[in-house]
Write a protein that binds this ligand. Structure first.
Ligand code: HEM
Length: 515
């Protein structure tokens, strides 16, 4: 009996200790985070400073960028958003975090956010190792130069023309007008272009007027991927979540990984001489350890091309969808742009990469679209190197996470006049050159939708070419308007954001141009 009582009290004692550890440890940690942590003096919401939980909860609900923007408006351009993380809406942060400085490398990517899923190989985006990233980037870069773009231009026209043709068909079968979901159609177009330039075979979305299964899987799992990454902060939750992944999803993911492997193999086996994304690395692919060899391991190539397919399609489609969504509701700006496009060209065929490049108002519109609706909503954290560094004039200890939400940076009231309004004129020479313009003092360099430094967007030349050509050809061909039913109108700011922005139909009414 005594032994039984002893055993009970031993078990009870152990339980008590366990409860104390589970409950009291986080409490003590939260108090330390609030009053004793080196980041304690920074402004922000106390609940977010005390624990990582509110941050992750906001991410899982798709509200992270909205909540952080709200904090910036209340507390200023530098806020503490988690016990060990600071978010910036101050323009100096771009250079301080992302650019190399005398004797210093830029801040490395935080592996908690950026590293590949367990068992997966790293690629260009998930390559947190500096040497690996530099090697992949060096090998891919020749496929993204202006010279390469000149040879790739025909592919861009091919799919933009197919989009315009599909929309013409919709208008004629709709007796002179059609309502289309431009989000869906621009995604068809950009994925087809990317597929062609990366693998020499399109995803055939425009031909079939539907998403390829590979793309649907990515879009359907936006929320899930955010949750998976959030779980990395809590190893126990991470392991449990890994066990809860439905077998059907694991199977679908494997099949889709295999699809990229097959596409890469077919492209490598072909004798094509064109300058696309793979041709420049074709001779350097090796099945060896990259540290001891100049070649790229094949699994790194697979991971890179999988990442490239998403990074190079979804983003440009988002920008174009946002552009039309703004233009259907801003009649004056739309009329100026349409006049510029229709006055500039004698025919549809005259629209080329070269001829659209210097269109002043179109560039102003697109810059303003990228400022208000950045396709990549959030730059997940970089980490301050071990010995600590200055960011925006303040010392941060090594290991601090630093991040930037583009919408907060791009709408910071201390950087922009009328920060939340659609004003393409802020980008025109009249604003930059004339001290009387209300936009003269705008900090335009705060707008960096492609970021800066060695990890900045490798595809920005192509993105600009696609955006300008597609916008010019669509507005050359059609008059556009908002649907009459206001329930179909989309407020961009209300879209949820996981790691990417959620896809919602953006309805636009198309008619053949009247003039
Ligand atoms: C409007 C369209 C686009 C926007 C706004 C955009 C934006 C971005 C941003 C913000 C990054 C992350 C940079 C960082 O972590 O510092 C990025 C990276 C990247 N983008 Fe884009 N992008 C666009 C289009 C494209 C296109 C068309 C391609 C390729 C065809 C592309 C390929 C990539 C790749 C491969 C990376 C990773 C680069 C690296 O880590 O070295 N993007 N992009």
């Amino acid at each position: 009996m005594d032994a039984l009582v002893g055993q009970f009290s031993l078990t009870g004692g152990a339980l008590l200790v366990a409860i104390l550890v589970i409950l009291v440890r986080p409490l003590i940690l939260s108090i330390y985070n609030l009053v004793g942590h080196p980041l304690s003096p920074l402004p922000g919401r106390k609940t977010w400073a005390a624990s990582r939980v509110p941050f992750l909860w906001a991410l899982i609900r798709g509200k992270l960028v909205h909540e952080i923007e709200d904090m910036h408006r209340r507390f200023g351009p530098i806020v503490r958003v988690a016990p060990d993380e600071v978010a910036y809406a101050h323009p100096d942060a771009w250079n301080d975090i992302l650019q190399a400085k005398a004797g210093y490398l830029p801040f490395p990517k935080d592996p908690t956010w950026w590293a590949p899923m367990p068992g997966a190989a790293p690629g260009l985006v998930t390559g947190v190792d500096h040497d690996l990233h530099a090697l992949v980037r060096r090998q891919l870069s020749p496929g993204f130069t202006s010279r390469a773009l000149a040879t790739q231009e025909g592919t861009v026209h091919q799919y933009v023309d197919l989009l315009v043709e599909r929309w013409r068909e919709a208008v004629s079968s709709g007796q002179g007008e059609a309502e289309v979901d431009v989000m869906r159609w621009f995604n068809y177009m950009t994925f087809d272009i990317l597929g062609d330039l990366a693998f020499a075979e399109s995803f055939e979305c425009l031909q079939r007027s539907e998403y390829h299964g590979w793309i649907s899987l990515i879009f359907d799992n936006l929320k899930f991927n955010g949750a998976m990454i959030s779980a990395r902060f809590y190893p126990m939750v991470d392991s449990i979540l890994a066990m809860l992944i439905p077998a059907s999803l694991v199977k679908a993911q494997k099949a889709h990984a295999q699809l990229i492997v097959d596409k890469v193999r077919r492209r490598l086996d072909s004798t094509s001489q064109r300058l696309d994304f793979i041709s420049t690395i074709q001779t350097n692919i090796q099945d060896t350890d990259y540290k001891n060899d100049k070649g790229l391991p094949l699994d790194v190539v697979h991971a890179t091309f999988s990442e490239l397919t998403i990074a190079g399609s979804e983003t440009t489609a988002m920008a174009l969808s946002a552009a039309l969504n703004l233009l259907i509701h801003h009649v004056d700006e739309r009329e100026v742009l349409v006049r510029e496009i229709r006055g500039h060209f004698g025919s549809y065929e005259e629209i080329t990469v070269q001829s659209v490049r210097d269109m002043v108002y179109m560039n102003a519109v697109l810059n303003e679209v990228l400022r208000l609706c950045p396709p990549v909503p959030w730059m997940p954290p970089r980490k301050v190197p071990d010995r600590g560094r200055m960011v925006c004039g303040r010392w941060l200890p090594g290991g601090t996470r630093v991040s930037i939400t583009f919408t907060s940076m791009h709408r910071e009231p201390t950087s922009f006049h009328a920060p939340s309004s659609f004003c393409p004129e802020r980008w025109l020479p009249e604003a930059t050159d004339n001290p009387d313009s209300p936009f003269h003092n705008d900090k335009r360099h705060a707008v960096q939708p492609f970021t800066l430094g060695p990890h900045s967007c490798i595809g920005q030349n192509l993105a600009w070419a696609e955006m300008r050509i597609a916008l010019a050809k669509v507005l050359w061909s059609f008059d556009i308007a908002a649907p009459e039913d206001e329930k179909k109108w989309v407020v961009w700011e209300s879209l949820r954001t996981f790691l990417l922005i959620e896809k919602k139909p953006i309805a636009v009414v198309l008619k053949p141009r009247a003039d």
